[in-house]
Design a binder for this molecule. Structure first.
Ligand code: 48H
Ligand code: FE2
Length: 254
């Protein structure tokens, strides 16, 4: 077979432009491709909800690759083990109720599940602002290429509209903070000390709609609430992603 470089370029440009244009108006946008965002996006996709996952870095996976202190293993407690099973992630019981999984496998299988569920990924794209209109809802996202931000270039962004947005940006709770900075009625308290049991037991109550149209999941949920951190136990991240998907699905039904 003869190969034409221009055809290769055209294939990439046309396909990706179509994906982006299709998602200019989307039901759900998940910001951040860490464990909570991946779980949320995969489960939204499985429900048939049109979902885009926007990740500022080159790679999907957030803080999961490095496991605990660069030992690429994660711990998941009893309550969340069913989610490892659901996504086909192998694990070993270390002690009663403590399961150990490989972080690389977990990222890979959550990502594959999201792909299979039809989630469209936009990596290297940073959400730099949100759209809030007269109705007081987060109705869209202002996006730009991450390298533009890294290079400090003054290039104006583009915008996508979304009915529901999930802030799964991790410790920084970036999206919630943007709204707070612009005077929106939301207070980001910032995460508290390491206390795994407390952090993991509270994360589901913090996973909620914190501003009209904006849901928080994962570490961002605890950061908004002023809740503790938990270290390299990831059950709460998976459960929070699952809860956020349920809440978004309910909101879209209304
Ligand atoms: C696009 C963005 C933007 C932006 C950030 O940090 P994450 O892995 O987040 P979670 O909440 O799914 O998982 C947290 C977990 O990894 C962790 O750190 C734990 C359990 N820590 C406990 C402890 O005690 O330390 O992923 C967030 C993702 C990252 O990939 C960012 O690059 C991305 O969000 N992101 N993407 N636009 N503005 N901001
Ligand atoms: Fe962390």
């Amino acid at each position: 077979m003869r190969l034409n470089e221009v055809t290769i370029s055209r294939a990439i440009l046309e396909e990706q432009h179509r994906a982006l244009i299709d998602l200019l108006e989307v039901d759900a946008a998940v910001i951040g491709g860490g464990p909570s965002g991946l779980t949320c996006a995969a489960l939204l996709g499985k429900r048939g909800i049109r979902c885009a996952l926007i990740e500022k870095k080159l790679s999907i996976g957030g803080g999961m690759w490095g496991g605990g202190m660069m030992f690429p293993r994660i711990v998941v407690q009893e309550e969340a083990r069913r989610l490892l099973d659901r996504f086909g992630v192998a694990c070993r019981e270390f002690e009663e109720g403590y399961y150990v999984a490989k972080s690389v496998e977990t990222v890979a299988k959550l990502t594959a599940a999201a792909c299979d569920a039809g989630v469209e990924f936009f990596n290297l794209v940073t959400v730099e602002d949100v759209m809030v209109r007269g109705d007081g809802r987060v109705g869209g996202l202002v996006i730009n290429w991450t390298p533009v931000d890294m290079a400090g270039l003054h290039v104006d962004p583009l915008t996508i509209a979304c009915t529901c947005t999930v802030d799964a940006t991790g410790h920084d709770a970036t999206i919630a903070r943007m709204i707070e900075r612009k005077g929106g009625n939301i207070q980001v308290k910032g995460e508290s000390f390491m206390w795994a049991e407390r952090a993991e037991s509270r994360i589901l109550e913090h996973t909620k709609e914190v501003y009209p149209g904006l849901f928080v999941a994962g570490m961002a949920a605890n950061a908004v609430a002023g809740e503790c951190r938990m270290g390299p136990i990831f059950g709460g991240m998976l459960l929070s992603g699952e809860r956020a998907a349920e809440l978004v699905a309910e909101a879209l039904d209304r």
